[in-house]
Design a protein around this ligand. Sequence first.
Ligand SMILES: Cc1cc2nc3c(=O)[nH]c(=O)nc-3n(C[C@H](O)[C@H](O)[C@H](O)COP(=O)(O)OP(=O)(O)OC[C@H]3O[C@@H](n4cnc5c(N)ncnc54)[C@H](O)[C@@H]3O)c2cc1C
Length: 382
Amino acid sequence: MSDREPFFTEQHDMFRAMVRQFVETELAPHAEEWEEAELFPREVFKKAGDAGLLGINYDEAYGGTGLDYWYTVIRTEEYVRSRCAGVNMALLVQSDMATPIIHDLGTEEQKQEFLVPAIKGDKIAALGVSEPGAGSDVVSLRTTARRDGGDYVINGSKTFITNGTRADFITLIVKTDPDKTHQGVSVVLVPGDAPGLTVGRKLKKLGNKASDTAELHFDNVRIPQRYLVGEEGHGFYYLMHNFQGERLVAAIGAVAGAQQLIEDALKYGEQRQAFGKPIIKFQTWRHEFAQHLTEVEAARRLAYFAADLFGRKVPCVREVSMAKLFCAELANKVADRCLQFHGGWGYMDEYTVSRAWRDARLVTIGGGTSEVMREIISKLSF
Ligand SMILES: Cc1cc2nc3c(=O)[nH]c(=O)nc-3n(C[C@H](O)[C@H](O)[C@H](O)COP(=O)(O)OP(=O)(O)OC[C@H]3O[C@@H](n4cnc5c(N)ncnc54)[C@H](O)[C@@H]3O)c2cc1C
C-alpha cells in the first residue's frame, strides 16, 4: 500500500501493471487503424475477457474475478493508454453498463445464457436506453414490450447504441405499461438475432470513431417472458442504479485522459521552440499547466471519493453525479487548452491531441449530460 494512495495495495499495483501491458500490446498499437476503419475486431472482446477485464467485480461462479471496485478504477484508468476512446467505450459498455443488471438481478438461466459469455468476451453486449425521442428524459421512452401468451412482443426504436451493429444481445429498456411513467419501465434481454430486430444506420460521429453506434429497430420482436430482468415495472429504478456505475467509469476515464493529455503536452512543450526557447518555459503556460494539474488532482480526489462510496455500497448518487459533472467538464477544458498549446499542430492529425479533443466531447453528453447531472445534484442538495 502506497503512502500516497491508501486505496491501492501491492495486489492493485500488480494488476495495474498487467492491464498496462495488455493495453500497450493489444490495444494501443492498433488505435490509428481502428479509428480509420471505424471499428475494431471482434476478437478484442475475447482478448479482454481472457485477461479478466470484463468481469472484475462479478462472482467467480460466473467467470468473474470477484475483486473490489478499486480494480475497476485501475482498469478504467489504464484503458486511456490505448489512446483509442472508441475501443475503451465499447469494452466499458460490455463490462460496466450492459451487464451489471444481469449480474445483480438476473435469473440463473439469464446469467448462464448472457452474463457468462459476456464476461468471457464470447458474446458482445449492448445497452439500449436512448431513443430518437427520449434520451435524458428516459421515462418518455416509447419502445413497448407487450405480453402475448408466454412471450413479450417488442416494438419501437433505439438510437446511439454502442456495440449496436454487432451485439449478440441487448439489455433493453422498454415500457411494459405505456400508460404509466416510471412504474411502466422494465428491463428485458433481447438476442441480437431475434427475428424482427434490424440494425438501421451505423451513425457517423465526431469522435470515439473505433466504436460502432447504431440505430436499432424492433418490429414485433418476440422474446420469452423469462428474459425479463428483475420485476416488471421496476426497470426505471434498476436503470438509475446502473447509471451510477456507468457515470463513475466515465468520470474516472475522463480524469485519467486529462492527466495523459497534460503529460503529452508537457513533452511537446519541451521540444517545440518559439522565440529561442521551449514553449513550456513561457510563464503563462507554466502557470496554466500548474492550474490544470491542480484541477485534475482535485477531480481525481472527487472521483475516488465517489468510487470509495460506490465500492462500499454506500448511497452515492449525489457524489457520482458530482464526479461525472466535474471530471467530464474538466476533461474538455484540458483537452481544449492542450490543443491550443500545440498551435497549428494541434489542429492536425499528426499528434493525438486532436483526436483526444474530439473524443472528450462525448463525456459531458453520454450516460447523462452535465445539465442532467446539475439537476440531480440540485434535487439531492436543496
Ligand atoms: C457516442 C455515443 C454513444 C452512446 N451510447 C449509448 C448506448 O450505448 N446506449 C444508450 O442507450 N445511449 C447511448 N448514448 C446516448 C446518450 O446517453 C444520450 O445522448 C444522452 O443521455 C443525452 O440524451 P439525448 O442525446 O437524447 O439528448 P436530450 O435529452 O435531447 O438533450 C438535449 C439537450 O437538452 C438538455 N436537457 C435535457 N433535459 C434537461 C433538463 N432536465 N435540464 C436541463 N437541460 C436538459 C441536455 O443536457 C442537452 O443539452 C450514446 C450517445 C453518444 C453520443
